[in-house]
Design a protein around this ligand. Structure first.
Ligand SMILES: [Zn+2]
Length: 291
């Protein structure tokens, strides 16, 4: 064997060993990554927690209420997820921010966004303190921007817009972050707890871009949301209501269910179906129920 060839083989072996050694020091790759897009409207009882996975990133929109936080953490961990690339809190009510502290403690959160609305609640202050202590990039979202959530999927932000809506029964709800997930031909509108006033503003500003195949029901199917002009603009094929069984607010309201039915919208709800999962390859989509 020529000396040059021997040297080449030896170098190849050394290089392979070095690569293997360096490889040992790397953190294990996330096993959660999925082809296309997978959206889990997680059954957290009365509240919202929506996990969006793409081929390269994980996004969590809202974190449920305090009593569901352990269930939320174990659900996400059970998918093999240790990093949440993007955390979005639509508004600081406890049924959306309640699990945020546990999420920030349990996962590496790369960046966080909210509606820019503040409260004096313990839950909000703790969430803010943890974000600051961990030096997580953090800011308010604004209508008109677009977030890249990896794998070719984006979140178009439709609200809040300035000046913030005021003088309503719940300004916190009405200034929720509203996002439209777009992946190829698939789309899903995520309006937080937007009520009629917010819906009217979004319809007036984004009517041409509101159409979505799937809608996450605004404000848990409340009668103050999912008004007809909004539903006609979104024109969804399916709606997912994130709601607790026998909740004290009596969500969802019969009049809202009636509107969905009259428009031929397929209804899914976490109190009866458990976690609802929407999967898309960017061409078609599929909805499955936990039970
Ligand atoms: Zn809510």
């Amino acid at each position: 064997m020529a000396i040059k060839l021997k040297i080449a083989i030896a170098l190849t072996i050394i290089l392979a060993l070095m690569t293997a050694f360096v490889g040992c020091g790397r953190p294990p790759a996330e096993v959660s990554k999925v082809p296309g897009v997978v959206v889990n409207v997680i059954d957290v009882g009365q509240g919202d927690a929506i996990l969006i996975r793409t081929s390269s990133q994980t996004t969590l929109i809202d974190t449920g209420d305090v009593p569901a936080r352990e269930k939320l953490i174990s659900y996400i961990s059970g998918l093999g997820i240790s990093v949440i690339d993007t955390l979005i809190i639509t508004h600081p009510h406890s049924d959306h921010i309640g699990g945020a502290s546990a999420v920030l403690s349990s996962f590496k959160v790369e960046r966080a966004y909210d509606s820019g609305q503040t409260t004096t609640s313990h839950l909000y202050r703790k969430y803010l303190a943890q974000i600051q202590e961990s030096n997580i990039p953090f800011r308010a979202l604004a209508a008109g921007e677009q977030l890249d959530i990896g794998g070719g999927a984006v979140l178009k932000i439709f609200a809040p817009s300035q000046p913030l809506i005021s003088g309503t029964d719940s300004d916190l709800n009405n200034n929720s972050v509203v996002a439209k997930l777009v992946y190829g031909n698939f789309s899903m509108l995520l309006p937080g707890d937007s009520e009629q006033e917010a819906e009217e503003r979004i319809v007036s500003q984004y009517a041409g871009d509101l159409h979505s195949l799937v809608l996450k029901s605004g404000h848990h199917g409340s009668h103050t949301s999912s008004k007809l002009p909004f539903l006609q603009a979104v024109n969804p094929e399916a709606v997912v209501i994130s709601v607790g069984a026998n909740n004290e607010y009596h969500h969802p309201h019969p009049s809202t269910l009636k509107r969905y039915n009259s428009l031929g919208i397929n209804i899914y709800r976490t109190d009866t179906d458990g976690t609802v999962t929407i999967t898309s390859d960017g061409k078609t989509y599929n909805i499955t129920k936990e039970r």
